[in-house]
Ligand binder design. Structure first.
Ligand code: GLA
Length: 346
């Protein structure tokens, strides 16, 4: 029989991406941070071969017979539970609850954080590295949604570091912490609900892979390498990716040297590229960014995450933006109690 001492508690944060969107699935660069909005799972192992979880975000609980089968699992959030359990080869039952302060469908990686929290809760004593957990969560995310998403969300949730953004190299799968400057805030404004499933995300991934068939890996390409792309749409998609990788590099230099104006300019340029070349913005996101960049004390603003809705973020002087959340960079996901800890590092 389970006792209170067997109780597992894990937490996994959401993320914002300061810059470097739609670069991860071609092995490019991004600069996310784990934020102070998180998913907490508490529960116990059980003898019955079923995973039973309630959620404070969905009235319908997940009930997954083991071994888990992903296809047709309902409600949709339970598909993620099944996919993580299947990836882990989990055979032992688990009963617990999911609580979230990451808004759903806002582009702040509520799904990524859920996947990471589930993976930790259902393997709290396993000896996985953070990278192994990120990779298994990415496979589970693809199995649950059919969307060929990259690894940005999982890496940010697992590797977060208080007070730091994370320079993520999606080819090397390496992380370099970048201290966030003291004299600025990162603010988030919610604009509209969206889900990546059912969005043109997969088309964008396919366009990048089609461009790579012609010019080789986008992560290695420079602007002058794009001329063989005769299709104007592929050219525009590739131009976004190549310029965005370069903006991430320049942003890291700007943050490290405390040049907030340069960091802000790069963020706004990133939004323009996502809007015009990658075509993943919306009129509402554009007008929110325009309003922010014309607000005194704002260094720059952009959509964050996949686009098609969700949130915009701004880098601003403290107090410059009202009616927005100020986010703080926090440490990455962890087993809080009832299992071995996940330490920082690869
Ligand atoms: C979503 C995906 C990530 C990444 C971003 C865009 O959040 O899950 O892998 O591609 O969109 O940068």
């Amino acid at each position: 029989m389970s006792t209170a001492d067997d109780r597992v508690e894990v937490r996994a944060p959401g993320r914002v991406n300061l810059i470097g969107d739609h670069t991860d699935y071609t092995g490019g660069l991004a600069l996310p941070l784990a934020i102070d909005r998180q998913i907490v799972i508490r529960g116990v192992d059980t003898d019955e071969p079923v995973i039973s979880l309630t959620s404070d975000q969905d009235a319908t609980p997940a009930s997954i017979p083991l071994p888990a089968v992903v296809a047709d699992t309902e409600p949709p959030w339970a598909r993620r539970v099944a996919a993580i359990a299947a990836e882990l080869g989990r055979e032992q039952g688990f009963a617990g609850s999911v609580e979230s302060t990451v808004p759903i469908g806002a582009g702040l990686s509520s799904s990524g954080a859920l996947g990471v929290a589930l993976a930790l809760a259902l393997s709290a004593d396993a000896d996985h590295s953070r990278l192994e957990v990120a990779l298994l969560c990415q496979r589970a995310q693809q199995a649950a949604t059919g969307v060929p998403a990259g690894i940005l969300d999982e890496m940010a949730s697992l590797h977060g570091l208080g007070g730091h953004a994370l320079l993520l190299d999606c080819h090397e799968l390496s992380i370099e912490p970048v201290p966030l400057p003291e004299g600025a805030e990162i603010v988030v404004k919610y604009i509209s609900h969206r889900t990546v499933a059912g969005s043109p995300y997969s088309d964008r991934v396919a366009a990048c892979f089609a461009a790579e068939e012609v010019i080789g890996p986008l992560r290695l390409a420079r602007m002058e390498d794009l001329s063989p792309l005769s299709d104007p749409v592929l050219l525009a998609r590739a131009r976004h990716v190549v310029s965005e990788n370069e903006r991430v590099r320049q942003s890291v230099d700007a943050f490290r040297s405390g040049d907030l104006k340069a960091a802000g300019r790069l963020m706004t340029a990133s939004h323009t590229s996502l809007r015009d070349d990658y075509e993943v913005s919306t009129p509402d996101l554009d007008s929110a960014v325009e309003t922010l960049v014309s607000t005194p004390g704002v260094y720059g603003a952009r959509l964050t995450g996949a686009g098609f809705g969700g949130c915009v973020i701004a880098l601003a002087e403290p107090g410059a933006v009202t009616e927005a959340w100020v986010v703080r960079a926090v440490d990455g996901a962890e087993v809080v109690s009832g299992g071995s800890n996940y330490y920082r590092g690869p």
